[in-house]
Design a protein around this ligand. Structure first.
Ligand code: ATP
Length: 461
């Protein structure tokens, strides 16, 4: 983990936010390389799940919604976290993290029931300072960020930053059916910021208070049998696996976990968490839930508006049911970085053994597909390199670097995951060829300048 965090910081992927003012509890800014990776991930998701599917449409809704949305969805009443603190070292824990720790300890407690576990906590040592029986009673904290609309702070003006992007897809459902003319089954997708005033944050970009979600609400007819919704649920489980494969997340570190009824959200009939083996433990990467007709029914009741779908063939009206694949952008980036980070032993030009760090990102999400590196900053080389850059820029995202030795520049490109480096050297002036180096194999090909595009197109499919 430390190595990935260091790399992310040194190479301009992610670094702590507001740092000149001492930072701000686990807030992170994306640098020039990180912003490209993030954009590529979001654009690829949009392409795969919205643009390439006839049964999907997208929206981009407001972050602040009418407070009645959160009354209807149940968030105002029940979006809480439970905090337990160690009285000795004052470390704060979420109750579910403590339960996972208790169940993994030797001399396991007998029950997995949360009330029983809370009773047994008195006999457990604090995971941080080892003092036994020093935990406080659980306290509930509401985790929605509150603000007010306009300058006057009154209860009527109180609004919340959305804790999930999902609700807009339910609230806008009837309008979207009208304008998109989609027929069931079909889905609405959205990428956007969500905010949760989490009681504990940390593990780099794993648990944040401000993060982004890529969510789909996939609407289906009210199922007659279990099979009717299960086939859609299974489809989305497969799609998530396909997605993980495309973005290079290590399959061996991914687990599907069936969430038992008592741990599921109140609206969910079935939830499968897609968990990832992070260096700090196996934890949620994504969630897939069958939300039944809970949300649309709740909004219909609370708003008094009809959100029913009218089947154009039969004329029947009904409230659709929903399957929801919910993906966090930052957890995706973390899983991608952890899967792609590789160290290799290589022999340097001086014959010394050294470690080469390579970020083996799939080229489709790599921040740059190709780097143009003139061997020196002599005008005749940079002129030629510049013209190659201009040639390629319409087709590929291109980095251009003239600083430092060529070895150091290769090293930097390896560490930011650039699949190909094009080196312009003095021979290029005569033979009109360049050297193209492959990030993973370090194999070099001499390629005619006029064939660079063709070469890269073949390699980057
Ligand atoms: P957790 O149990 O880890 O708190 P959750 O079950 O509350 O997660 P969901 O409500 O299912 O999470 O949110 C959907 C997705 O949004 C998660 O799978 C995750 O990818 C992302 N996500 C949720 N909370 C956070 C957070 N605090 N920081 C970063 N990403 C988050």
């Amino acid at each position: 983990m430390d190595k990935v965090v260091r790399l992310a910081r040194n190479r301009g992927f992610v670094f702590p936010g507001s740092e000149i003012y001492g930072g701000l509890q686990n807030s992170w800014d994306y640098g020039p390389i990180g912003v490209e990776l993030k954009r590529n991930i979001k654009e690829l998701w949009w392409k795969m799940f919205v643009l390439e599917r006839p049964d999907m449409v997208g929206i981009d809704a407001n972050i602040i919604m009418n407070t009645r949305v959160w009354e209807a969805s149940g968030h105002l009443d029940s979006f809480n976290d439970t905090l337990i603190e160690c009285k000795k070292c004052h470390t704060r824990f979420r109750d579910d993290d403590l339960f996972v720790y208790m169940l993994s300890e030797k001399g396991k407690p007998r029950s997995t029931n949360t009330e029983e576990l809370l009773k047994e906590l008195v006999s457990f040592p604090c995971p941080e300072c080892n003092n036994v029986g020093e935990f406080t009673k659980p306290k509930f904290f509401h985790t929605m960020f509150r603000t007010n609309l306009g300058s006057i702070e009154t209860p009527e003006n109180t609004v919340y930053l959305r804790p999930e992007t999902a609700q807009a897809m339910f609230v806008d459902f009837a309008e979207i059916v009208r304008v998109s003319r989609k027929r069931l089954p079909f889905g609405i997708a959205q990428i956007g910021k969500a905010f949760r005033n989490e009681i504990t944050t940390g593990n780099f970009i794993f648990r944040l208070r401000e993060f982004e979600q890529m969510e789909i609400e996939y609407f289906i007819e009210p199922p007659k049998t279990k099979k009717d919704w299960e086939k859609h649920f299974d489809h989305w489980l497969k799609e998530i696996k396909k997605w993980l494969d495309v973005i290079g997340v290590d399959k061996n570190r991914v687990k599907e976990v069936e969430i038992p009824k008592k741990e599921r959200a109140h609206y969910s009939e079935r939830t499968v968490d897609i968990e990832f083996q992070y260096p700090f433990g196996q934890k949620e990467l994504y969630g897939l839930a069958y939300r039944t007709d809970y949300d649309i029914s709740a909004h219909q009741k609370h708003s008094g508006e009809s959100l029913k779908y009218r089947d154009p063939k039969t004329g029947k009206e009904f409230v659709p049911h929903v399957i929801e694949p919910s993906l966090g952008v930052e957890r995706t980036i973390l899983a991608v970085l952890l899967s792609a980070y590789t160290e290799e032993e290589v022999v340097s030009a001086k014959g010394e053994k050294e470690t080469r760090i390579v970020l083996k990102l799939p080229s489709i999400i790599a921040p740059y597909k190709v780097a143009i590196l003139p061997l020196s900053d002599k005008a005749e080389l940079t002129k030629m390199a510049e013209s190659i850059r201009k040639e390629l820029i319409g087709d590929f995202s291109v980095d251009y670097d003239t600083t430092q030795s060529i070895g150091k520049r290769y090293r930097r490109q390896d560490e930011i995951g650039t699949p190909y480096c094009v080196t312009v050297d003095f021979d290029s002036l005569d033979d009109k060829k360049v050297t193209i180096r492959d990030r993973d194999t370090m194999k070099q090909d001499r390629v005619e300048i006029k064939k660079i595009r063709e070469y890269l197109n073949k390699k980057l499919i």
